[in-house]
Ligand binder design. Structure first.
Ligand code: HEM
Ligand code: MTE
Length: 478
């Protein structure tokens, strides 16, 4: 029925560069996307599909499974493939780079399936001081790499003795095993609240892109010192870069870096972790080895760690240079200059209400409402207080803080080493004849940093660092 020209694969394949034009196919149709290449939000990667089909690439970046992407594509349609060509493409078009993903817990609220990003329901987040690994939030940028522990090697570059290559057994047996309890939080935690001010780009996280676990492994400091780190290296280098074993279609690995001071400081507690909650790391959390950088944004806690580089420079990775940075509310995608802002490292003070849930109701006859939540601050700053209001912030009550499960309070952390969150709880008397409550929480850390009261002044185009007072509205049943 279509009057569009019919092409063969051979004809499409010839259009594989900006000079000859860039053609691609999708579901048996042919598109000339030459004019779109420069406008592509994902950059040059688009050229990988030049002269061939989009399916195997879009299978890797499911961000394309959206109506607005299909609309853009439809503008560039120039024809259809002949039946024989469609058959030839079948096997490559059904390739699934995500076919070896681990099984996940059904309670997780999935934000994106491929790559896998999910958070636990907030109602169960604060039930355990130590988050069970199966419901610990999961944030992957790429397919989970399946690593063989027998052939696994951790490479270390930038030390005087040249490149070091460590086996998993060497890492476990040559260095003391050290255990810390540390909270990981994604920079995008609570991003959905920023979307209510103005749309941001990124996964629509609720309040549970944060979890707490015990991590065991070798101290990065011990490993670096063992292989020759000393004053000569410190005089030149300023950063420690990490590379994951998860790679994109161009073979580029996930990467990030942290300041060298944090890595080698006696108080840094940076771990090359091989256990989470007393067991081997699960595949989603970086098996067999990940970096745990306590007090620092999740993005630098590189999973499936393949390489460490002690360097004069920050990681060149997209996620260090062009993502995970904060900007003014006035900066938009036309004006943003990623070079102008520092990469996020320590995160600001944070707290949120996990109970009761938005839109639920409490009974007036109970006389009080039980409010629960979590609080945490970056950089090892300890949460010293959480204030709770049930009248939108007019009057305040101080919540009880908890550092363990069922009455097992942990001893207070040494100053500057509060890596783990605190859970909090309070019973607030219901005001006479209240019909609706606006429950609010805000935390204070040991530097007396506090959360901003509203989202708008901290709104940023990428939706990171969202830490305004958390507000939950509930009805009161007569
Ligand atoms: C992002 C369109 C081909 C890799 C995007 C987005 C659009 C888009 C609209 C932004 C989506 C959003 O954030 O809502 C297209 C079109 C394509 C195409 C129309 C073909 C005609 C490709 C190919 C690759 C690719 C072949 C990889 C080989 C990416 C990546 C991003 C992206 C990595 C995410 C960038 C980020 O982190 O924000 N693309 N794309 N795209 N695209 Fe494509
Ligand atoms: N490491 C690798 N290799 N690949 C990744 O995609 N995601 C990072 C970080 N480390 C990521 C990674 C981000 S953005 C976060 S928030 C944390 O891992 C999430 O850790 P989790 O999945 O164990 O909760």
């Amino acid at each position: 029925t279509s009057a569009l020209p019919v092409y063969t694969l051979e004809e499409v394949t010839k259009h594989c560069s900006l000079d000859n034009g860039v053609w691609v196919t999708y579901k048996g149709e042919v598109y000339d996307i030459t004019a779109f290449v420069a406008m592509h939000p994902g950059g040059d990667k688009i050229l990988l599909a030049a002269g061939g089909s989009l399916e195997p690439y879009w299978a890797l970046y499911a961000v394309h499974e959206q109506d607005h992407v299909f609309e853009i594509l439809s503008e560039y349609k120039i024809g259809v493939l002949n039946t024989e060509s469609i058959k030839k493409q079948e096997s490559v078009n059904t390739l699934d780079p995500y076919s070896a993903e681990p099984t996940r817990h059904p309670a997780l609220r999935i934000n994106s399936l491929k790559p896998f990003n999910a958070e636990p329901p907030s109602s169960i987040l604060s039930d355990n001081y130590i988050t069970p690994s199966v419901i610990f939030f999961k944030r992957n940028h790429l397919p989970v790499p399946r690593v063989d522990p027998e052939t696994y090697r951790l490479e270390i570059e930038g030390l005087p003795g040249g490149v070091v290559s460590l086996t998993l057994n060497e890492l476990k047996s040559c260095f003391p095993k050290y255990t810390i309890t540390a909270t990981l939080q994604c920079a995008g935690n609570r991003r959905s609240e920023m979307n209510t001010v103005k749309q941001v780009k990124g996964l629509n996280w609720g309040i549970a892109a944060i979890s707490n676990a015990t991590w065991s492994g070798a101290l990065l400091r011990d490993v670096l010192l063992h292989y020759g780190f000393g004053p000569e290296v410190a005089a030149k280098a300023q950063h420690v870069q990490f590379e994951g074993l998860d790679k994109d279609v161009t073979g580029t690995a996930y990467g990030a870096s942290i300041p060298l001071n944090k890595a080698v400081s006696e108080d840094g507690d940076v771990l090359l972790a091989y256990e989470m909650n007393g067991e081997d790391l699960p595949p989603d959390h970086g098996y067999p080895v990940r970096v745990v950088v306590p007090g620092i944004v999740g993005a630098r806690n590189v999973k499936w760690l393949g390489k460490i580089v002690v360097s004069e420079e920050e990681s060149k990775s997209h996620w260090q240079q062009n993502d995970y940075k904060g900007f003014s509310p006035g900066t938009d995608w036309d004006t943003v200059d990623f070079k102008s802002a520092p990469a996020i490292q320590e995160l600001p003070i944070q707290s949120a209400i996990t109970h009761p849930a938005e839109g639920t109701s409490v009974d007036a006859s109970d006389g009080e409402v039980t409010v629960k939540g979590y609080a945490w601050s970056g950089g090892g700053r300890e949460v010293v207080r959480v204030d709770v209001s049930i009248d939108g912030g007019k009057t305040w009550h101080v919540a009880k803080l908890r550092t363990g499960d069922k009455g097992q309070q942990a001893p207070p952390p040494p100053p500057g080493k509060a890596w783990a969150w605190k859970l909090w709880e309070i019973d607030v008397p219901l005001p006479h004849r209240a019909q609706e409550l606006e429950i609010v929480c805000k935390a204070v850390d040991s530097s007396y940093n506090m959360q901003p009261d509203t989202v708008a002044p901290i709104w940023n185009l990428r939706g990171v660092l969202s830490n305004a007072w958390h507000r939950v509205k509930v009805k009161v049943n007569e």
